[in-house]
Design a protein around this ligand. Sequence first.
Ligand SMILES: NC(=O)c1ccc[n+]([C@@H]2O[C@H](COP(=O)([O-])OP(=O)(O)OC[C@H]3O[C@@H](n4cnc5c(N)ncnc54)[C@H](OP(=O)(O)O)[C@@H]3O)[C@@H](O)[C@H]2O)c1
Ligand SMILES: [Zn+2]
Length: 360
Amino acid sequence: MNSPDFDQQMMQRCLQLARQALGQTSPNPLVGSVIVQNGEIVGEGFHPKAGEPHAEIFALRQAQERAKGATVYVSLEPCNHYGRTPPCTDALIAAGVSKVVVGMVDPNPLVSGKGVEKLQESGIEVVVGVEESACRQLNEAFIHRILHHQPLGILKYAMTLDGKIAATTGHSAWITGTASRQLVHQVRAACDAVIVGGNTLRKDNPNLTTHEVAGVNPLRVVMSKTLDLPSEANLWQTDIASTLVITERTRNSKLQAQLRNRGVEVIELASVTPSGVMQLLYERGLSSVLWECGGTLAAQAIADGVIQKIMAFIAPKIIGGTIAPCPIGDLGLEKMTQALALQRVTLQQIDGDILIEGYL
Ligand SMILES: NC(=O)c1ccc[n+]([C@@H]2O[C@H](COP(=O)([O-])OP(=O)(O)OC[C@H]3O[C@@H](n4cnc5c(N)ncnc54)[C@H](OP(=O)(O)O)[C@@H]3O)[C@@H](O)[C@H]2O)c1
Ligand SMILES: [Zn+2]
């Protein structure tokens, strides 16, 4: 009989293992698993990417015959259906494990609880909900994708204490300090795509990569109605990371040809809207999308209902300027009582900056 403390420790280890595949598993979740025999870890695994075996299978392979009578910890309910791989419940039953500790049940209402039931029917003891909120937090994008059939939209911006995201001239490098910017690189590594608008590309010529941080680069997406974009830009260097440009039909066909030659994917839509773009990214199997755009596009994205989470980095600096850009453009709200109030707000100090996060 393992103590609750031990169970929590093992589940935290599952989450640590799961995180090794951050940004690489979509449309699948991040999952880690640990197998314990007589208080000793005899197998560990995580789900590396869609199409590869699930976390429990890797842990079982490592544990081999020591899985018999063991306790299996897994951050998400074992699957009980044939997807691209056979059900993990069958593998756990075949291995003769005696107990399974589950972080959270499968969020998909069609299969939720089915894996737990199958294990219990085979006489395996099942405990559900150990470190559940940490498990849900790690897979918040996956859960959102399953429940709402859209990727999780995260709007991130850096602003001065007086609420500006650039000077009146449009110059914005840099508002926050090194530590905040490094954190942004980590956030990018955990996301499937990053979006900016055409104006941010013209003004900032961003890279939108994870820079020195380990982890894969997200897909870089540019939304531009006009396609009035420079022929030279950091985002056109597709050997570093993939770039997708979304524009309106028949815009700037000369530039379109140049971009395609450089390996940039260009998609033409009848109209370029945040919801249309999120739908397209959902269909491509993406779970999390980081909006790093300016205020005009950010307001459109909020109005379209595709932003669920806000990450606001605030630097203790004042730049001033009545027409200097601010993080969110016009939302058409006239009274302060109509303001969008964030839920589950957290606040942390990142070196000299403050990060406020919350959900819409
Ligand atoms: N501090 C920060 O965190 C931060 C982050 C990003 C940007 N910025 C600053 O913000 C300023 C740019 O702000 P911005 O608001 O113009 O940003 P933006 O990110 O360029 O968004 C606006 C652009 O998005 C494109 N777009 C495509 N579909 C759209 C739609 N349905 N609705 C609205 N726009 C659509 C248009 O590009 P086309 O004109 O090409 O058609 C439009 O000009 C720059 O000064 C930049 O330095 C700061
Ligand atoms: Zn499975």
